[in-house]
Design a protein around this ligand. Structure first.
Ligand code: FAD
Ligand code: MLT
Ligand code: ZN
Length: 508
């Protein structure tokens, strides 16, 4: 059986987790009777438990008990895969009656340990709820079950000339309900905004089993409190999202991208200003990759974009994408941009590569989107997803590297790489610290709370888009005032007075 003991944490923390965790003492363990009840309300093929007469082995449910990074290991004995909102409601009613904790799980691609059972909670997987409920090709409003995979939804709306308003490297596995619950940002946020704007309505099973039907398809609805906003980014702590109504924008008629090589980080901000001014409404992404991240991607098989000579004077890269309605017009704008950048008296870039075909377009994006997987292959990553002023991106990465050096932890014996990439256009930096030989308490202690203190000193956020999960509740106070945290607790207490819904996540 996989246990939380395998999660590398400071030793004291580890010992506490492996004994009975007092934070979960209000919850009951799943019994044979519970499993029998679940088997009555769900199809037999929707219940997987290591308990009871039809028990499965812990190996059979192992994938539900470990996160995508292999950093967080769960303890769930029981995994339920309901097929309808009514079934979710019945499960939750029973869990409320029996005080059993519930961890909603989507594609399990979250990067902060939110979708893993920390103690004795069941995993409620939404994967079997994957139907599109309706799509209006005129308004672009899509209503779908929460378990629909993001990429499947993109493929569903594509023939109607629409796209999903969000895109991320995990699109092949993450679910729309998980996206909403983490308020995922991704690669299109600069253009289409956050899910707080594009989600029109939600269907949610509340922690007492009541179905809250707010699956509106209205663009405008000013009738009091906009409750759906509370569930966007709640990471399953306020209820189970079962249906999503979302506005899908028309597909751009022309998309282009260009990778720019920059001689120094200080040029990123003026470059962003220049690009925004010159490309105007067709700019759709402005993504940052530092030199360490680029070299790592090449090491892991991504196509070389620049030659050795160009790379000699390159410190970092920016991937610019345009999405517009007129191919020639957009190409001309991009070409003019490149020419003006290269011929400027004080050039902001070393060089740039403009994609000339669909394959090249995809290959430039593949390098950026593939960074998360490449990081995973390098070793065990500590991932810090922060919002800080764009001007400070590189400095924060450098300061963190220096901190590791000062503790003697930088080098192949401990941390082999510290790198930054992210969504410049959104002020969102992803710092990845690669522990070459696995997670280790001394590395975590060197990184935290140091990084959170740096972020707080810059008035930033300790979580820009990945959420808090079980990784960061203790760091919430670096970004939220006591008054805000108090009100978050009151909201949680109002919806979930028994604290059964994803306990131990988000709130400290
Ligand atoms: P899960 O990981 O299963 O769950 C995440 C959280 O949401 C958990 O707390 C869980 O309890 C809760 N939850 C899931 N489904 C529901 C539901 N139906 N109802 C209530 N609560 C629910 N994130 C970004 O923001 N931007 C990126 O660019 C990005 N890129 C990524 C690239 C890769 C390669 C990977 C592995 C991850 C990336 N992520 C990114 C993180 C992750 O993919 C997103 O957070 C995603 O939205 C999680 O969706 P999921 O279905 O996998 O949710
Ligand atoms: C990204 O922007 O690539 C994602 O948020 C995932 C990551 O931080 O690695
Ligand atoms: Zn990101």
């Amino acid at each position: 059986m996989l246990s939380l003991c395998r999660v590398v944490r400071p030793l004291a923390f580890r010992a506490r987790r492996c004994a009975h965790n007092p934070a979960f003492s209000h919850l009951n363990t799943v019994t044979e009777e519970d499993v029998a009840h679940f088997s009555n309300i769900l199809a037999p093929s929707s219940v997987f438990s290591t308990i009871g007469s039809n028990s499965v082995s812990s190996n059979d449910i192992a994938t539900y008990n470990v996160d995508w990074m292999g950093k967080y290991y769960g303890k769930a004995t029981t995994v339920l895969r309901p097929r309808s909102t009514a079934e979710v409601s019945e499960i939750v009613k029973w869990c409320a009656k029996r005080k059993i904790g519930i961890v909603p799980q989507g594609g399990n691609t979250g990067l902060v340990g939110g979708s893993i059972s920390l103690d004795k909670e069941i995993v409620l997987s939404l994967g079997a709820m994957s139907k599109v409920r309706s799509f209006d090709p005129v308004s672009g409003i899509l209503v779908a079950d929460a378990g629909c995979i993001l990429q499947s939804l993109s493929e569903y709306v594509a023939p109607h000339n629409h796209i999903m308003p969000l895109d991320l490297g995990a699109k092949g596995s993450c679910q729309i309900g998980g996206n909403v619950s983490t308020n995922a940002g991704g690669l299109r946020l600069l253009r289409y905004g956050t899910l707080h704007g594009t989600v029109l309505g939600l269907e949610v099973v509340l922690p007492d089993g009541t179905i809250l039907d707010q699956l509106s398809t209205l663009r405008k609805d000013n009738t009091g409190y906009d409750m759906k906003q509370l569930f966007i980014g709640a990471e399953g702590t306020l209820g189970v999202v079962t249906g999503v109504s979302i506005l899908t924008p028309p597909a751009p008629q022309a998309s282009h991208n260009v990778m720019l090589a920059l001689p120094r980080y200080d040029n990123v901000l003026p470059l962003f200003q220049t690009v925004r001014r010159q490309l105007g409404e067709i700019l759709s992404s402005f993504e940052y990759i530092d030199r360490t991240a680029y070299d790592m991607a090449i090491d892991h098989g991504h196509s070389r974009i620049f030659n050795e000579e160009e790379l000699k004077s390159t410190q970092c890269f920016v991937l610019v994408e345009t999405s517009g309605s007129n191919k020639e017009h957009d190409e001309q704008k991009l070409t003019e941009l490149l020419e003006s950048l290269l011929t400027a008296a004080k050039p902001l870039i070393v060089t740039g590569t403009l994609s000339q075909s669909a394959a090249q377009f995809a290959s430039l994006w593949a390098l950026r989107e593939g960074l998360t997987e490449a990081v995973q292959k390098e070793g065990k990553p500590y991932k810090y997803d922060i919002s800080v002023p764009i001007a400070d991106f590189q400095r924060v990465v450098d300061v963190l590297r220096d901190q590791l050096k000062s503790r003697g932890l930088y080098g192949d014996h401990a941390v082999s790489k510290v790198m930054g990439y992210g969504h410049v256009g959104d002020g969102n930096l992803h710092i990845n610290v690669i522990a070459k030989h696995g997670y280790a308490p001394e590395i975590e202690q060197a990184l935290e709370p140091f990084i959170y203190e740096v972020v707080a000193s810059l008035n930033g956020s300790v979580s820009a888009e990945h959420g808090l999960g079980s990784m960061k509740p203790h760091a919430l106070h670096y970004s939220k005032s006591n008054v805000s945290i108090d009100w978050m607790r009151k909201i949680k207490g109002t919806f979930d007075p028994l604290n059964i819904m994803n306990p131990g996540k988000v709130l400290p």
